[in-house]
Design a protein around this ligand. Structure first.
Ligand code: MG
Length: 393
C-alpha cells in the first residue's frame, strides 16, 4: 500500500505575504517558510510514503529553500497550471507512474495541519473512496441582501467548513480530474467538489481549528500564535563586543547615539561612537557573522563621518533576516569623564529605538578604571557590549 501526498503550492495570491512580494506559501512562520511547515507535516507522518509539491515555475528557488531541510520522502516538485484544479491534476499525473494506492491533497497555505488530522483522513479512506477534514459550522449564517441588510438566516445544522487534506483512492481521483478537464469544468474550488461531481462518496472527518488557511496578513500573525510550543522554539545565542576610541580636540562626542558635550571629541573614521561599535560587534558575534570591520571597512569612504546607528541597524536587520529576535543588550562604558549617569536614560531610549526593542531590554552602565590604564589617563574611551538573540533552532 503506497500513500502519496500532493501539496498545492502554485498559487500567486500574495494577500498574506509580509511584504506583498513573496507568495504566502513562502512567507516566514516561526522562522520557517509556510510551505516547509506543510511539507514537513506530511514527510514526517508515518502513514505517508511520498510527497510532491506543485509549484509556480517562477518559485523554484523559493521552493528549494523551503525544502532544503527535508529529506527522504520528497519527490521532485511539479510545475503547476493556471488554476488550483489544473495544478492538482498535474501533480496527480506526475505521481501516476509511482502508482500510489491513496493520495492526500493539501493546500500549502494550511501550514499547521497536525498529524492527528492527517491520520483521521487516512483512517476514513479504509471505508470510503474519499474523505476530507472539515469542521461543523458554529456561527449563525446570514444571507445578505444587495443593500447589506439581512435577507434571511440559513439553517446551519449539517453545514461543515471544508479544510484540507482531502484524501482519495488515487486512481479514482486522477480519473475524476481527467474527466473534469475533458469536460471543460475548471470551476471546482476543492477536490471534494470535483469528486462529488464524478460520483464519488466523500466522508467528512473532524479537522482542527488550528488548521487555518492563510489568506490575509493577519492570518500569519494568528498562525504564529497557534504554533505548537517547540515548533517555534528559538535558541539563545550571545555575543560580545569591545571597542576603543582616542580622545581628540572637540567639544562633544557621541556615545550610544547620544551627543554628549565634553572637553574633547573622539577620533575615528565614522562618528567614533565606541558604544555603538561594541554593540554592533556583539550582535554580529551572536550571529557568528563576522565583525564591524568586515561589513563596514574603515578604509571605505562611504563610512567617513557616518552615524554609527547605521551599523547597529544593519546588524539588527541581519538578526531579523535569520528569523531571529533580540532578547536584550547590555552596554558598559569605561571612562573617567564625561559622566554618563545624566545621559543614561537618553542612551537607553536611543538604543531601544535603533534596535526596535522595548527600553526594558536595554541596559547602559558606566565605570571608571580607578585612574589606571589609558582610560584612567583620560586618553580615550572604551566600551563593552553583550547581546543575546533568539534564533530559530
Ligand atoms: Mg570603533
Amino acid at each position: 500500500m503506497v500513500t502519496a501526498a500532493v501539496i498545492a503550492a502554485a498559487g500567486r495570491g500574495s494577500r498574506a505575504a509580509q511584504d506583498g512580494s513573496v507568495p504566502k506559501q513562502y512567507a516566514t512562520l516561526g522562522g520557517r517558510m509556510v510551505l516547509a511547515h506543510a511539507l514537513a507535516a506530511f514527510t514526517g507522518h508515518p502513514g505517508i510514503d511520498l510527497v510532491a509539491a506543485v509549484i509556480h515555475p517562477d518559485d523554484r528557488d523559493l521552493y528549494d529553500r523551503a525544502a532544503e531541510t527535508l529529506r527522504g520522502r520528497l519527490a521532485p516538485p511539479v510545475v503547476g497550471g493556471a488554476t488550483r484544479q489544473d495544478s492538482v491534476r498535474m501533480g496527480l499525473e506526475a505521481l501516476a507512474p509511482r502508482a500510489p494506492d491513496l493520495v492526500l491533497i493539501h493546500d500549502a497555505a494550511r501550514p499547521l495541519v497536525g498529524a492527528e488530522v492527517i491520520s483521521r483522513v487516512l483512517g476514513a479512506l479504509a471505508a470510503a473512496p474519499g474523505a476530507i477534514a472539515a469542521e461543523p459550522v458554529t456561527d449563525t449564517l446570514k444571507q445578505a441582501s444587495p443593500a447589506g441588510t439581512i435577507a434571511g438566516t440559513i439553517e446551519r445544522a449539517g453545514l461543515w467548513r471544508a479544510q484540507t487534506p482531502q484524501g482519495f483512492r488515487f486512481g479514482a481521483i486522477l480519473d475524476a480530474h481527467r474527466r473534469a478537464a475533458a469536460a471543460g469544468r475548471r470551476d471546482f474550488t476543492d477536490d471534494a467538489a470535483l469528486a462529488a461531481w464524478a460520483g464519488l462518496d466523500v466522508a467528512l472527518v473532524m479537522g482542527s481549528p488550528r488548521n487555518i488557511k492563510l489568506t490575509t496578513p493577519d492570518d500569519l500573525a494568528i498562525a504564529e500564535r497557534l504554533m505548537p510550543a517547540g515548533a517555534a522554539e528559538r535558541e539563545p545565542r550571545t555575543g560580545t563586543g569591545f571597542d576603543v576610541h582616542r580622545f581628540a580636540p572637540g567639544d562633544h562626542l557621541w556615545l550610544c547615539g547620544v551627543k554628549v558635550p565634553h572637553t574633547h571629541g573622539l577620533e575615528g573614521h565614522s562618528d567614533a561612537d565606541a558604544a555603538l561599535h561594541a554593540l554592533t560587534d556583539a550582535l554580529l558575534g551572536a550571529l557568528a557573522d563576522g565583525d564591524i570591520g568586515l561589513h563596514f571597512p574603515p578604509g571605505d569612504a562611504r563610512w567617513r563621518g557616518a552615524q554609527s546607528r547605521l551599523f547597529v541597524e544593519d546588524a539588527a536587520a541581519r538578526v531579523r533576516a535569520r528569523g531571529g529576535k533580540i532578547a536584550n543588550v547590555d552596554v558598559t562604558l569605561l571612562c573617567e569623564a564625561p559622566r554618563i549617569a545624566p545621559h543614561r536614560e537618553a542612551m537607553r531610549r536611543a538604543l531601544a529605538a535603533m534596535l526596535g526593542l522595548d527600553v526594558s531590554r536595554v541596559a547602559v552602565k558606566a565605570t571608571t578604571t580607578e585612574g589606571l590604564g589609558f582610560t584612567g589617563r583620560r586618553e580615550g574611551i572604551a566600551a563593552m557590549a553583550s547581546a543575546t538573540i533568539l534564533l530559530p533552532g
